[in-house]
Ligand binder design. Structure first.
Ligand code: ADP
Ligand code: ZN
Ligand code: ZN
Length: 823
């Protein structure tokens, strides 16, 4: 490829965002032929660095030449912008607030199909069954190469075609689904297909020849029926489902097979979108309860004055029905609505509840879609589609008329992205996004985050409460079991106390179900030598390996490292190796002994890995095929079961002891959330919580279900120790594979910041897990008063510190992660 760039005497330029962590937008010139097509929000094909091309996004169209020399763009990829000005402003806010580059935001925001780069790898669609000879020239060349080589990078495509500009063509082929991104095929995303029927040639394109077809089958009545039905069904349609044909003509596949043999009607597989296509009937939403009516009226009143409301409703109070009403009102006004949930709470339960009422108007945007499907939703939202249900990445969809954002389970820490940049919080970013659109925000939860509740007390947010369960059902009765006492009395049966065992048996005997919560997966978190106390640790991380009995190995939950069980202690040669602690797998195992008759299911990361496993476990439990469900915090989220008589928390201690200022808050939320799964619908349920520390105030607050008591105590501690919501936190983590480098780097980096921040900077300190994936970690914590100027200047300073450190000799390989409002 030529390295010379056409000399342009252009007078149009664009500044573009590249999908990577470069600090600033880049400027390119626009050759005459593309001038009429460039506009803000379209993608352009550009060269960056000596050899690489990218799809970059136009941030501004400029008429003045920049001071430096520019390259020319290679092409304009889109005919219309893929995002609007408001999304760009949102990106800019995310970048500034969460201390990352616009390129990193772009990378997070766009589905992979919209992010083409030299190394992007394509394959031929597995469903392409047309004749490649019928494709136009360049498409043909690509398709042919792909049938031979299976996959090509865009770099290779460029070489094959021998032209500079290929992205508009690639975009087109992706749109037509001739090609796929390789990542879609190697992952679980098999396209969903349905069997369809169509006419063979010449009948398809020359209707006058149909007479011949009828003649051929004139002796087969059922085939004639089928052909007539087909013609009727095909009217004005792109495709005819074989199923519909069967129904209308009252025939089965023997008939269509016969017609296929005669060259009349062909059966083929057609890809359908998982996105659209809700086919059941839409039904009226339930009649509102008085409490729901009152809540809705209050929400309306308060929205007149406040833009953000917190709906605090106990589990089972019927918040979803309230959302449905507000969504309906918004849709009737022609407005767009975003309903945000933590990813794991996006279960078929909630999806089908909304689809029942809104049918095809719901689009669900989450990580299990393939990229084609994402782009499909992207385009529908751009065209003004009404309701998106999604995880935090749905914030980036190209809304035009967003007027309502619902953040359900607003307290859930998994709204925060941990890694990579942008480390944004779905709820908080949602509130900013809503502001851009002049939209209202409704935060819903049974257990508000301390921050959000504080905002209601400070008058910033409104507060609406729903204190009763739907149908007047009582909240579950909570019982605390003192494990210290039980141990002393010698009544424990492994990890189960007598009250828990007895209550489980009684519950199952009554035909009700049990949920057991243990926030740790695997069999046991520690595998050690009983003689010398040596413990088996990860070779890449400073954590002990978890024993997984099913796979009979030891695993690191931080990096995925796995190893066989040692036969003897490598330190002392002892043969007595034992496990310590317990996870969900062990609980499941032991239950089989204590409750030999019961059918037991387990829901944790290990059991929901495979496709649809999550939905299957939920479904098995819903349909009563399981008596007991053991799980990690997955069982606390977004589930609504009818027959749960008992919820058991095996160990509250492990939640309470976590070394973080939010440990108490998390423990309170998790325990109340899991308790809320008990006794929904018909009957009061029971909750048993086992703990060694029954005097911990959180235990008492959970026992009383007393959020106010919890909040009042917690907020005082937060104030006293300079924590949010009174102070803002920014955590900075330095990483390097060599301890001497990281230690020295942290000194330099720390001194740089310390000079300006003084006591506002804490650290460096080794975090709870001091080495992960062979990287040594050191943490800094910045605590800032809530002064916008101070916060902004500190973020600039943090950027400057990074720049300073990476330029120092020997430190360019240090990785720096900045986490604003860490969770
Ligand atoms: P929350 O989200 O507040 O925990 P849900 O919305 O899940 O509560 O409602 C609890 C239960 O009550 C659900 O099973 C739901 O179907 C039922 N429910 C709520 N509102 C109504 C209503 N107006 N009519 C009939 N059933 C309702
Ligand atoms: Zn030993
Ligand atoms: Zn590890």
């Amino acid at each position: 490829m030529s390295e010379l760039h056409p000399l342009t005497d252009a007078n149009t330029y664009v500044s573009v965002i590249l999908p990577m962590a470069v600090p600033k937008p880049y400027t390119y010139s626009v050759p005459e032929e593309w001038v009429s097509k460039v506009q803000v929000g379209v993608r352009v094909e550009v060269q960056f660095g000596p050899k690489r091309q990218y799809a970059a996004l136009v941030l501004e169209v400029l008429t003045e030449a920049p001071a430096h020399k520019t390259k020319a763009i290679l092409s304009v990829i889109d005919d219309t912008p893929i995002i609007w000005a408001k999304q760009l402003r949102f990106w800019q806010w995310v970048g500034q607030y969460y201390c990352c580059t616009l390129g990193e935001v772009m990378h997070a925001a766009l589905p992979a199909n919209l992010k083409l780069a030299s190394e992007t790898t394509i394959t031929l669609s597995p469903l392409f069954d047309g004749d490649i000879l019928e494709l136009e020239d360049k498409e043909y060349l690509i398709a042919e190469a792909l049938t031979i080589q299976h996959e090509l990078t865009l770099e290779q495509v460029r070489d094959i075609l021998g032209i500079k500009t290929i992205y508009p063509l690639i975009r087109d082929m992706l749109d037509k689904r001739l090609i796929y991104l390789k990542e879609d095929l190697k992952e679980k995303f098999q396209p969903k297909t349905i069997a369809c029927v169509r006419l063979y040639e010449p009948y398809a394109s020359q209707p006058e020849t149909l007479e011949l077809a009828f003649e051929k089958i004139s002796k087969a009545n059922r085939q004639v029926e089928a052909l007539m039905a087909y013609l009727q069904l095909a009217r004005g349609k792109d495709y005819v489902r074989r199923e519909d044909l069967f129904k209308m003509a009252k025939v089965d596949s023997s008939v269509t097979q016969a017609m296929d043999k005669k060259g009349i009607l062909e059966t083929y597989q057609r890809e359908v979108s998982r996105v659209a296509g809700y086919e059941d009937e839409v039904v009226e939403a339930d009649i509102l309860s008085t409490q729901q009516e009152r809540a809705i009226a209050e929400i309306h009143t308060q929205f007149a004055e406040k833009n953000v409301l917190l709906l605090q409703g106990v589990t089972g109070s019927g918040k979803t029905r309230v959302y449905i009403e507000l969504i309906r009102e918004a849709i009737n006004r022609g407005e767009q609505v975003l309903y945000l949930l933590p990813e794991i709470a996006l279960t078929t339960q909630i999806i089908s509840r909304l689809q029942k009422v809104f049918g095809d108007q719901v689009d669900v945007y989450h990580s299990r879609l393939n990229n084609n499907e994402r782009v499909e939703i992207w385009n529908r939202v751009k065209e003004g589609k009404a309701l998106v249900l999604g995880a935090r990445s749905a914030l980036f969809l190209p809304y035009q008329n967003l007027k309502l954002v619902i953040v359900d389970e607003e307290h859930d820490p998994s709204f925060k992205q941990q890694d990579p940049n942008p480390r944004y919080h779905g709820r908080d970013a949602g509130i900013y996004l809503a502001q851009l659109f002049d939209a209202k925000v409704l935060l819903g939860t049974a257990t508000p985050s301390v921050e959000s509740f504080y905002n209601t007390q400070a008058g910033k947010y409104g507060l609406v409460k729903m204190e009763e369960r739907f149908g007047g059902l009582q909240l579950p009765e909570v019982e605390i079991v003192d494990l210290k006492k039980a141990m002393r009395a010698g009544t424990m049966q492994s990890h189960f106390s007598v009250p828990l065992i007895n209550e489980m048996k009684a519950t199952i005997d009554r035909g009700e179900q049990v949920i057991l919560f243990q926030n740790r997966r695997g069999y046991a978190p520690v595998y050690k030598c009983s003689t010398c106390n040596w413990t088996c640790e990860c070779i890449h991380c400073d954590v002990s390996l978890t024993y997984h009995k099913g796979q009979n190995n030891l695993k690191c939950h931080y990096c995925g490292y796995q190893t066989q069980l040692p036969k003897e202690c490598p330190a002392c040669g002892g043969k007595q190796l034992i496990v310590q602690g317990f996870g969900t797998e062990k609980i499941e195992d032991e239950l089989k002994i204590f409750l030999p008759e019961a059918k037991i299911g387990r829901m944790d990361l290990d059991t929901v890995r495979s496709k649809n496993a999550h939905a299957k476990i939920i479904n098995d439990f819903e349909e009563g095929r399981l008596n007991v469900l053991v799980g990690t915090q997955m069982v606390t989220k977004g589930l609504d079961f009818d027959k749960v008589g008992l919820v058991g928390v095996l160990s509250a201690d492990q939640l309470l002891q976590f070394p973080d200022f939010r440990a108490g808050e998390r423990a309170f939320q998790l325990m109340l959330q899991v308790a809320g799964r008990a006794g929904r619908k018909h009957k009061r349920g029971k909750v048993i919580i086992q703990s060694h520390n029954v005097s911990n105030p959180v235990i008492k607050e959970v026992l009383d279900g007393d959020f106010r008591a919890f909040y009042n105590r917690e907020i005082m501690e937060r104030q006293e120790f300079f924590y949010p919501p009174f102070y803002r936190l920014i955590r900075i983590t330095l990483k390097h594979k060599k301890p001497e480098v990281i230690n020295a780097a942290a000194q330099k980096y720390g001194n740089f910041l310390k000079a300006k921040l003084g006591d506002r900077l804490r650290g460096p300190a080794v975090p709870y897990v001091g080495r992960v994936r062979s990287y040594f970690l050191l943490d800094f914590l910045v605590k800032l008063e809530r002064n916008p100027k101070l916060i902004a200047s500190t973020k600039d300073l943090i950027a400057a510190a990074e720049h300073f450190l990476l330029q120092e000799e020997g430190y360019s390989t240090v990785k720096i992660a900045v986490d604003v409002d860490p969770m």
